[in-house]
Write a protein that binds this ligand. Sequence first.
Ligand code: SF4
Length: 376
Amino acid sequence: MFSDVIRNISWEDTTKRIFEKTDADVRRALSKTRCDVEDFMAMISPAAEPYLEQMARLSQKYTRERFGKTINMFIPIYITNSCTNSCVYCGFHVENKYKRTILTEEQIIREYEAIKKIGPFENLLIVTGENPVKAGVDYIAKALDLAKPYFNNLQIEVMPLKSEDYALLRTHGLNGVICFQETYNEANYKKYHPRGQKSIYEWRVNGFDRMGMAGVNKIGMGVLIGLEDWRTDVTMMAHHLRYLEKTYWRTQYSVNFPRMRPSENGGFQPYVIMSDKELAQLTFAMRIFDHDVDISYSTREPAFIRNNMANLGVTTMSAQSKTDPGGYACFPQNLEQFHVSDERTAEEIEKALREIGLEPVWKNWDVAFDKPNMAI
Ligand code: SF4
């Protein structure tokens, strides 16, 4: 399990080593075709700042070689904002005294139908808060069943589950799971996640092993930028990614590093601010480190950054997202998890991507691929 691995990697020592990286370390990393985590640390270090242009060119080259000019489009649907946790940075925080919604089956169908009118989306991400009693595995399974007539590729972003639950959900059409570790800093983890199941660091960090063991086709991981030193946190994620790729090598992986956005919980302020330039540096470094990983940007990022980075390393984007349950059709004014930044319509985003020579892809998975005899 990854918890055994990460406990042997010192947070403080990693931070120190990143800031000690030199010009020579960066040049060595950029000269390699296969980088290790030490190289990644050099590329995200302050010493790499003068090399941004070279990194952008390399990142674009590797992205084009592996993904062509395609950008996979997906849309999230929040089916409940009910949550028993109290992440200090989130609008769905249990102590946030708003009326909570758990969409009924009829409401979920109305939302799916509304999404299909927005654009030709086939990649759907079903999102819930963490309420295992009121919106647990059975509820998620039902949402997947209801989605199958409308969408080809079903992913979930829900509470970490047992391996057998992931396996069960695969029989309901589940293709991918996204889970954000938020931060790999175990010493401070509880400060941000003081109660509920999410407060258990080990349960969360080992959730990715449970997905891998259940044979989930695609695993998405992420660090929430704004909690701890971002360079150290993403280095831990790079270790995690390498560990997973080695251990569950049949699985595809995606990464995401959202910068914290304002939410409705009384104004938690990020401890760490990542500049646009640093976000670009991290994206290039991630692509040079891992040519195959899918790099995803959500609508948390503004339109101009998404347009620029779509050409230089990003391979997946959400569009016209609502982060409140019922936001597409049933309850447009519900409690949202965070305010989106890119408020363009799916059509506008598609047009902007085509104008810069990219090809938005609405369908990148077919359920037919998921038959047992198709296993590699
Ligand atoms: S981040 Fe997720 S688990 Fe935490 S309060 Fe928000 S919805 Fe609940």
